[in-house]
Design a protein around this ligand. Structure first.
Ligand code: ATP
Length: 364
């Protein structure tokens, strides 16, 4: 019996190619993993009537660890987002996205080494929305007027932004514990507390309270989200672990990926008290799907995070080292990286890049 059983969800679009590449690389690494494949995505609607079959959620529950490709949410299937539904049903309340500059990846900065810790369950992603013109929207608008809370134009659609003490304590504690465990010095909380006093204001207040528990061990500061964006692009080296409410964390993830070479190299994980699902930051990229053009690095680095989670620290380190070498050598890289670096060397296919990575792995 294999040491670990992992649920593999290939997903849609380039997910089919990136997860296949990841699987080849992890097998070449010699990790003792048995894969149990489960399906999710637009392609499941015809056969199952849903993009997220219960059997897929069950498979993650059974194995506790999953790695997935991006999943497209088709319209009209009752899901706003399959990814959000998966996170909610498995209580994956932490989204973890390390962003590190890598030589040869085409980033504009060499000194980025940050960890994004994004709250995954609430904020504007809670999915509590009222359609413009609906009876519920009208009642809510009336309620706000009656409460003296403010005037909302009658032709408005409304999304609710809940931020709770419970979820904020949980995410900020996770950020501090992560900092301690990984020898990091500082946690920065990002918010817009000066404008949204009862949601982001609560986030900041709770973050400050939790920070006191770590005084003398991990530094703490905070940034207003707009200033944060400017500070990040001026000097990313001033940040270390950064904790966000859901929406700002989502935006900051892509912004940060852009600093180091783009979505092709940005890994991530969704982690809860019981289960963990690893996945690249990027989406299904339908424009390049099925053409062997995609960059599987983000999925492969997500697998390195998964190996860390499984306690296979040496294998994870070896995998990261092989990726670093392939980029530093710069001979076999995919088209997104060629564009990011402005190189006129020929672009490798996803398969050629994967072959090269396995070749380098075998030399380590
Ligand atoms: P989705 O609707 O699933 O979010 P999307 O195409 O809107 O998909 P992304 O897939 O996140 O959004 O990425 C936007 C673009 O970035 C893609 O269209 C593609 O050109 C490029 N891209 C994203 N990921 C990769 C990758 N792994 N390799 C190469 N290019 C990528």
């Amino acid at each position: 019996m294999a040491k670990h059983t992992v649920t593999l969800i290939p997903g849609d679009g380039i997910g089919i190619e990136t997860t296949a590449a990841m699987q080849r690389v992890v097998e070449a690494l010699g990790a003792d993993i048995e894969w149990e494949t489960a399906e999710a995505g637009a392609h499941m609607v015809e056969s199952c009537g849903t993009p997220l079959p219960d059997s897929t959620i069950e498979a993650v529950r059974r194995n506790k660890v999953a790695i997935k490709g991006p999943v497209t949410t088709p319209v009209g299937t009752g899901f706003r987002s399959v990814n959000v539904a998966l996170r909610q049903s498995l209580n994956l309340n932490v989204c973890l996205r390390p962003v590190e500059a890598m030589q040869g990846a085409g980033g504009r900065y060499t000194d980025v080494d940050i960890v994004i810790v994004r709250e995954n369950s609430e904020d504007l992603y809670a999915g509590i929305e009222f359609e413009e013109g609906s009876e519920s929207a009208k009642r809510l608008i009336q309620f706000c007027a009656d409460e003296g809370a403010g005037t909302i134009r009658p032709d408005s659609g409304i999304s609710i932004k809940p931020i709770s003490i419970t979820a904020t304590q949980n995410i900020v504690r996770y950020a501090f514990e992560y900092a301690l465990k990984h020898g990091r010095k500082k946690v920065t909380a990002v918010h817009k507390a000066n404008i949204m006093k009862y949601s982001d204001g609560l986030f900041l207040r709770v973050a400050r309270e939790v920070a006191k528990e770590y005084e003398g061990r991990v530094e703490f500061d905070d940034n207003i989200v707009d200033a944060f964006c400017m500070n990040l692009v001026i000097d990313p080296s001033r940040f270390d672990v950064i904790v966000f409410p859901n929406l700002y964390g989502d935006i900051a993830s892509d912004l940060s990926a852009g600093l180091v070479g783009g979505l092709g190299i940005a890994p991530g994980a969704n982690i809860g008290p019981e289960y963990a699902v690893f996945e690249a930051v990027h989406g299904s990229a339908p424009d390049i799907a099925g053409k062997n053009l995609c960059n599987p690095t983000a999925e492969i680095l997500s697998a390195a995070m998964m190996l860390d989670h499984l306690g296979e620290l040496e294998l994870a380190a070896k995998l990261r080292e092989a990726v670093r070498r392939v980029y530093a050598e710069g001979e076999v890289l995919t088209q997104d990286i060629r564009k990011a670096t402005g190189s006129d060397k020929p672009a490798a296919t996803c398969t050629e890049f994967t072959d090269e990575l396995i070749r380098v792995l075998n030399q380590l």
